[in-house]
Design a protein around this ligand. Structure first.
Ligand code: PGA
Length: 249
């Protein structure tokens, strides 16, 4: 089965107007490129419309970094999936480890957010991953199973859901999991997805994230069951991001 890969760039809490230079450059670099991968940028909410506008005409799609589980209401500072859709997004990241850690988000909350994304017509990019202690304690595969079971909502399909495997200890640290570790985790996720999503699990994209950069992208993207990347730091500069996208050209 061929699965069209996805490379998504998560800007996190980075970027003001000056940062618009980068997606503008990226759009130029991609102009005559025949893409074999989908590309998304997840800017801070304040820049979604503007990034979309500077990339007009390119195939790059926009995604949010988080959404609230409710459709609207008294939730100061939060953003609903409908609002992201209205701003021009096609997807939203849910359950990123920084949200799970900094905002104490549980699997149940992540599941509710993913369901809200689906309801709004957005693809949910559902993040899972073990901590260093969990890996050292030999708990990695069990943790991934539990997170998948708890975070993927009913009604998830290969079209409306993407899984991002991001070992917490590899995010923003410069450390990447080895190809062998990634292969083991992704094979496990693929097998577990069959239980959680039935037949849809076989064609659902599983991204790897955690210190992906131009120098390691080709190797990591070549690992079986890796269907793309969720990129943090290296998505902020167009030259780095295109260096990762090139793993698929
Ligand atoms: P990083 O972040 O590429 O900077 O390690 C990845 C992520 O958090 O998605």
């Amino acid at each position: 089965m061929t699965i069209r890969p996805l490379v998504a760039g998560n800007w996190k809490m980075n970027g003001t107007t000056a940062a618009l230079r980068e997606p503008r450059l990226l759009a130029g670099m991609l102009r005559d490129v025949k893409l074999k991968t989908d590309i998304m940028i997840c800017p801070p909410a304040t820049l979604i419309r503007r990034v979309k506008s500077v990339m007009k005409g390119s195939k790059v799609r926009l995604a949010g970094q988080d959404c609230h589980a409710a459709a609207s209401g008294a939730h100061t500072g939060d953003i609903s999936a409908d609002m992201l859709k209205d701003a021009g997004c096609v997807a939203v990241i849910v359950g990123h480890s920084e949200r799970r850690t900094n905002h104490k988000e549980t699997d149940a909350m992540v599941q509710a957010k993913a369901a809200a994304a689906h309801k709004a017509g957005l693809t949910a990019i559902i993040c899972i991953g073990e901590t260093l202690d969990e890996r050292k304690g030999g708990k990695t595969l069990g943790v991934l199973s539990d997170q998948l079971k708890g975070s993927v909502p009913a009604g998830a399909t290969a079209a409306n859901s993407v899984i991002a495997y991001e070992p917490v200890w590899a995010i923003g640290t410069g450390l990447t999991a080895t190809a062998k570790e990634i292969e083991e985790a992704h094979a496990h996720i693929r097998a577990e997805l069959a239980k959680v999503m039935g037949g849809e699990g076989a064609s659902t994209r599983i991204l790897y994230g955690g210190s992906v950069k131009p120098s390691n992208a080709a190797e990591l993207m070549g690992v079986p069951n890796v269907n793309g990347a969720l990129v943090g730091g290296a998505s902020l500069k167009a030259v780095d991001f295109i260096g990762i996208i090139k793993a698929y050209l």
